[in-house]
Design a protein around this ligand. Structure first.
Ligand code: BGC
Ligand code: CA
Length: 447
């Protein structure tokens, strides 16, 4: 037994070493243009924006990963636009699996008689989908279906079997009253020693008439329609995010006493856990917001990209290796996720609180103030405006970044790109796209 333990420990250590080395990478890829790697004098990083061609300035994509919205394939042209280009997001698959497990754990610990509202032996759920062309949304739909046993193989990938989360069909089903859908199947779950069928009764992309996705008011309306169609067949509500989940909770499930699950750990959703909202997932917005600006800062200063991330900076800022990972090959930073339930929600109540571990002020001497451009693609998105933006504001001053915040309407890329008309005025850019395939609409402005 002891031997086994030692072996496991050794293995774990070896693995963590591997993990560490892969996440502690340093210098960005070499600049293809030797003339561009300007004087090795002390100050090039602090140079006025006008001294640096726009095409060589730092570009950080965040929240919406440059990728093909049909296939999910990463847009490596965008991610390697220049040697100062990165993506900051969170681990969509790990978070999606966590959400699925959280839902199943909850259900397995309920009184089955209460849960199955109409006593038909079927646990019926409805699913609010954010954006069918967004990797994060796709992952969450897959994670919920996989955990609930309703997953079917994705025909778009030509699959006939589900071997893992990425194989799951993520399309909305519309409605599936009798279980005849071919996009999902009926699953089973054992609760209190009794086996129940699990059925996805309905799912829909929550897109409003103007085209904005992850739309909370649309979800609030959808639940009314669904309740009209299914009545007490609906036993559970699953949502790709809290904005939509809370819209459903407020419109119906709170009063109806129907378990509702979201994602993001926005402050209002966490507070609602005290009031019957069943759970959400924190994507560590503090870590992501810090990383977004930190990577920009490091790229501007021309220092090791992991400064203040894997290694402390001069002011003592550093991230714990358990809260993020870095994939050097694709230049992507991912925050990790944590489940927030009735057991632990109290420590998540303020989603906008600054993290003391990385709130130490940089000195002007080390990191002179620079002006940067940053957009939020949708001025009404709950997570981005209520959680992410306040977190960005916690760290912009700390990192001596004078950020111009631009807000889009959630549906028109040009509404945002038009406001990138004078890139000369900025030292770097942080980009939150409307559509994940549209990176070129931004980078072309920098050519
Ligand atoms: C969040 C959603 C949000 C979306 C916007 C996701 O990571 O979970 O709440 O609407 O980003 O892109
Ligand atoms: Ca039922």
């Amino acid at each position: 037994m002891k031997k086994l333990f030692a072996l496991v420990l050794a293995l774990a250590m070896a693995l963590s070493l591997v993990a560490c080395s892969s996440s502690s990478s340093s210098t960005p890829a070499a600049d293809p243009d030797p003339a561009a790697s300007t004087p090795a004098e002390p100050a090039p990083a602090a140079a006025a924006p006008t001294d640096v061609p726009n095409a060589e300035k730092p570009v950080i994509f965040f929240n919406r990963q440059p990728s093909n919205s049909q296939t999910g394939e990463l847009d490596m042209d965008a991610l390697t636009f220049n040697d100062k280009t990165y993506y900051v997001g969170f681990d969509a698959v790990q978070g999606a699996e966590l959400q699925g497990q959280m839902i199943v754990n909850y259900l397995q610990n309920q009184d089955p008689e209460t849960l199955d509202r109409n006593g038909d032996g079927i646990i019926g759920y409805v699913l609010c989908i954010g954006d069918i062309g967004h990797n994060d949304s796709i992952a969450r739909t897959r994670g919920a279906r996989l955990a609930l046993g309703t997953a079917m193989p994705d025909p778009n990938q030509g699959l006939s079997e589900v071997k893992g989360i990425n194989d799951v069909d993520s399309q909305p089903i519309g409605t599936n009253k009798d279980g005849s859908s071919t996009t999902v199947q009926d699953g089973t779950i054992t609760i209190g020693g009794k086996e129940f069928i699990v059925r996805e009764l309905a799912s829909q992309e929550m897109k409003n008439n103007s085209g904005a996705t992850w739309d909370a008011p649309t979800a609030g309306n959808a639940i009314n329609t669904w309740v009209g169609d299914f009545g007490d067949q609906i036993d559970v509500v699953v949502s790709n995010n809290d904005g939509m989940g809370m819209a459903v909770f407020n419109a119906w499930s709170h009063e109806a006493g129907v378990p509702t699950f979201g994602y993001d750990a926005n402050s209002d959703a966490v507070a609602a856990i005290a009031d019957g909202y069943c759970g959400t997932i924190s994507q560590n917005a503090d870590v992501q917001a810090y990383l977004t600006l930190r990577v920009l800062r490091n790229a501007l200063d021309g220092v090791d990209i992991m400064t203040g991330i894997s290694t402390p900076d001069a002011a003592g800022n550093v991230l714990d290796s358990s809260v993020y990972k870095y994939d050097e090959a694709t230049r992507c930073f991912y925050a990790l996720n944590g489940a927030v339930t009735a057991d632990n929600y109290e420590s998540y109540l303020d989603a906008t609180a600054a993290n003391p571990g990385f709130s130490n002020q940089l000195s002007e001497a080390d990191a002179p103030t620079m002006k940067v451009w940053l957009d939020i693609f949708n001025s009404t998105d709950n997570f981005l405006n209520g959680t992410y933006l306040p977190q960005l504001e916690n760290y912009d001053g700390v990192l001596n970044l004078d950020v111009e915040y631009i807000k889009g309407d959630g549906q028109t890329e040009s509404n945002i790109t038009d406001r990138l008309a004078n890139p000369d005025a900025y030292a770097g850019f942080a980009i939150n796209m409307v559509k994940t395939d549209n990176a070129a609409a931004y980078t072309s402005k920098l050519q």
